[in-house]
Design a protein around this ligand. Structure first.
Ligand SMILES: [Zn+2]
Length: 281
């Protein structure tokens, strides 16, 4: 056990001890044995024997969610398809959370000038992103993309039908990120048969513009190169959806619309009965 991250132990003038700053717990008159244990738990894990020493104070902290078990990083491999700026930054963010990542992108590394370290001895964008993440985070786990738990597809304009077909078939959850000239849409994190899928989205778009399938075909293989300043919001929304799914969160049709200079806003999607994916029931 240990105190929740970022829950400081503070001394108040009246002699009480406060743990936390947002929804704090105030502990009156800690004993000579209790106080050092609370202070130690701020920075290091404490064992069951030390926890027992805390008595009522420990129970109050645990009840408030301030005394917690050490949490393991979410298990699984997240394979990111598209190792440009968004893929690289998303991979770094997930790796920093202890999540194993993989990159898939066969385009030559010189397609992304200035993105990977100059000394990166790599030929592909996937290699460049893997190199960059390992260099930023020496303890990062970056593996081969062949056996993912969850995948991420970063596309320009929309997900090509062929790009997600295998994941829909074998039931692999996949997060769709579509970048366009006005911003990006992050989500849904498709759980085949349970949420709207890429085909549902394409059908929705086609209902508005019957030529959309032809346009989507033309977008296939084109590379999104967003303004760097929009990337952090994309990465934040994507990381949250991925981590929630890896931690066993329920499937959701949640998606977010991100525009330059604006706050991200919800843009949920709906499964379509004419898709055939089964998500509409
Ligand atoms: Zn569908």
């Amino acid at each position: 056990m240990r105190l929740a991250p970022c829950a400081p132990v503070l001394a108040r003038p009246d002699g009480t001890t406060q743990v936390g700053t947002s929804v704090p717990v105030r502990l009156a008159a800690l004993s000579e044995t209790e106080r050092p244990v609370v202070i130690a738990a701020e920075s290091t894990p404490i064992g069951a024997d030390e926890c027992a020493l805390l008595g009522d104070a420990g129970a109050r902290l645990a009840e408030a969610g301030l005394l917690v078990e050490e949490e393991e990083p979410p298990a699984g491999v997240v394979a990111i398809h598209g190792a440009g700026r968004i893929g690289l930054e998303l991979g770094s963010a997930l790796a920093a959370c202890g999540i194993t990542v993989a990159f898939s992108d066969r385009r030559p590394a010189h397609d992304e000038p200035g993105l990977y370290p100059r000394r990166a001895l790599v030929s592909t964008c996937a290699g460049g992103a893997a190199w960059s993440v390992r260099e930023r985070l020496p303890r990062a786990s970056v593996v081969d993309a062949s056996d993912p738990t969850l995948t991420v597809l970063i596309s320009l304009g929309g997900a090509a039908r062929h790009a997600t077909a295998a994941w829909e078939h074998d039931g692999t959850p996949h997060l769709l990120i579509a970048v366009d000239e006005a911003g990006a849409t992050v989500g849904p994190l498709v759980v085949p048969g349970a949420t709207a899928c890429g085909r549902c989205l394409a059908l929705e778009r086609t209902a508005v513009d019957p030529d959309w399938p032809l346009l989507l075909d033309q977008l296939s293989g084109r590379r999104p190169r967003p303004l760097p300043e929009i990337v952090p919001d994309i990465v934040a929304a994507a990381s949250r959806l991925v981590i929630r799914a890896l931690r066993g969160g329920a499937p959701s049709n949640e998606a977010w619309r991100i525009v330059l200079g604006g706050a991200p806003r919800p843009a949920p999607v709906s499964p379509r009965a004419d898709c055939g994916c089964g998500a509409a029931g």
